[in-house]
Design a protein around this ligand. Structure first.
Ligand code: SF4
Ligand code: SF4
Ligand code: SF4
Ligand SMILES: [Zn+2]
Length: 359
């Protein structure tokens, strides 16, 4: 049992790495903000990453919603970009791992996408159902614009790995590759690399869906480009909405979700241009103690205002990274969240990775 450092409430659903209860996070006192910042400072220091997006320099990065403003010698939040002699420099882009995943995959959108369901056939898919015999090229970008204390893929922080150019990645697209998924980490700090690849891929293969699975924090000019590519290719943009409340997002992920929220609204305007397969998909990780039914209701209401048919997947949490002391999502939380999302008007709600659910 950990006691909340603000109200002293004790709970098994409070992590030692973020020792504040959800109510006190939502209240947002100065004291809670200091504790939250300390938590992220500690988590970032272990990987030699800046603890906050820098804001005092003259060199601004245009890539993601963190809008880092760096002084000479200072690095951006993602650790990929820095300022030198008054100019923006990068360690390069294309830091990634890739692998093939046979279709149908266990992808976040597998309950509604063209690779795993009958949706989108014949224009965007080779089969009137799951595309057995075909594969997805999964591209894992090794950097991120968020610092989620529950990160389910935290190993990328240990090293950047090796660089792969868009041309080299394109060689991996063969006649049995019917989709590409950019994820990570997050594609947002290297979004220009995903776009360069996608523009070349269009010319190579007639049916090749291109999808992004992201925290949704890329800046608008990049979002516009990827929306167009996803639309035309039969792919989708999967927004992982960590929280709706900005204070909660800040506590859990170390940065604001303002860009993500704005970007979601932007993509929603294009849904009617290609309703099938769905262009825009949302998901939320059900982190016990920190994402409750109240938060799911707010997220579901937010999504439904744009279009009640937007598919929404509720994902089960597994103890990871700094939240190793938080239990797996309970069946009760998953089903209460599911019912709440339906009550808020969404019509296509799904519980993902059910096998993890605590009985
Ligand atoms: S990509 Fe985002 S996090 Fe990285 S330096 Fe640019 S604005 Fe900062
Ligand atoms: S990459 Fe896109 S089309 Fe392929 S399985 Fe994932 S969501 Fe479906
Ligand atoms: S956005 Fe994803 S990869 Fe990035 S810190 Fe959060 S959970 Fe980890
Ligand atoms: Zn409290």
């Amino acid at each position: 049992m950990v006691a909340c450092k603000i109200c002293s409430k004790k709970s098994e659903l409070i992590s030692t790495s973020l020792p504040i209860c959800i109510d006190c996070i939502r209240e947002g006192s100065e004291r809670s903000l200091k504790i939250i910042e300390r938590s992220h400072k500690d988590s970032r220091a272990s990987f030699d990453l800046p603890h906050k997006p820098p804001k005092n320099g003259k060199v601004e990065c245009p890539m993601c919603g963190n809008q880092c403003r760096m002084e000479d010698g200072e690095y951006g939040f993602c650790g990929l970009r820095y300022a030198k002699s008054g100019h923006l420099r990068t360690k390069g882009v294309g830091w990634l791992d890739w692998y093939y995943d046979p279709l149908p995959t266990n992808c976040v959108a597998s309950f509604c996408c063209a690779g795993c369901t009958e949706s989108g056939y014949p224009k965007f898919s080779y089969a009137d159902g799951p595309e057995f015999g075909y594969k997805n090229l999964a591209v894992f970008y090794r950097a991120c614009s968020f610092d989620c204390l529950f990160c389910q893929n935290y190993h990328f922080r240990e090293s950047l790995g090796k660089r792969v150019s868009p041309e080299e990645l394109l060689e991996k697209v063969d006649e049995r590759t019917s989709c590409v998924c950019f994820f990570g980490g997050d594609p947002s700090p290297q979004i220009n690399h995903t776009i360069r690849f996608a523009e070349k891929a269009k010319e190579k293969q007639r049916k090749l869906r291109i999808c992004w699975e992201t925290n949704g924090s890329m800046q608008l000019p990049y979002l516009k480009k990827i929306t167009k590519i996803a639309l035309e290719s039969g792919g989708c943009i999967k927004f992982d909405l960590k929280a709706y409340d900005e204070k909660l997002n800040y506590a859990l992920c170390g940065v604001s979700n303002k860009t993500t929220i704005d970007n979601f609204g932007h993509v929603s305007h294009f849904i009617s241009e290609r309703p099938n397969p769905p262009l825009l998909i949302a998901s939320t990780l059900l982190v016990p103690g920190y994402i409750d039914v109240k938060e799911i209701k707010r997220i579901a209401r937010f999504i439904a205002q744009f279009n009640p048919k937007i598919p929404y997947s509720l994902l089960c949490f597994h103890p990871q990274f700094y939240f190793r002391d938080i239990p797996v999502t309970s069946r009760e939380l998953a089903y209460e969240a599911y019912d709440a999302a339906l009550k808020e008007g969404l019509t296509n709600v799904h519980i993902g990775n059910k096998h993890l659910l605590l009985l």
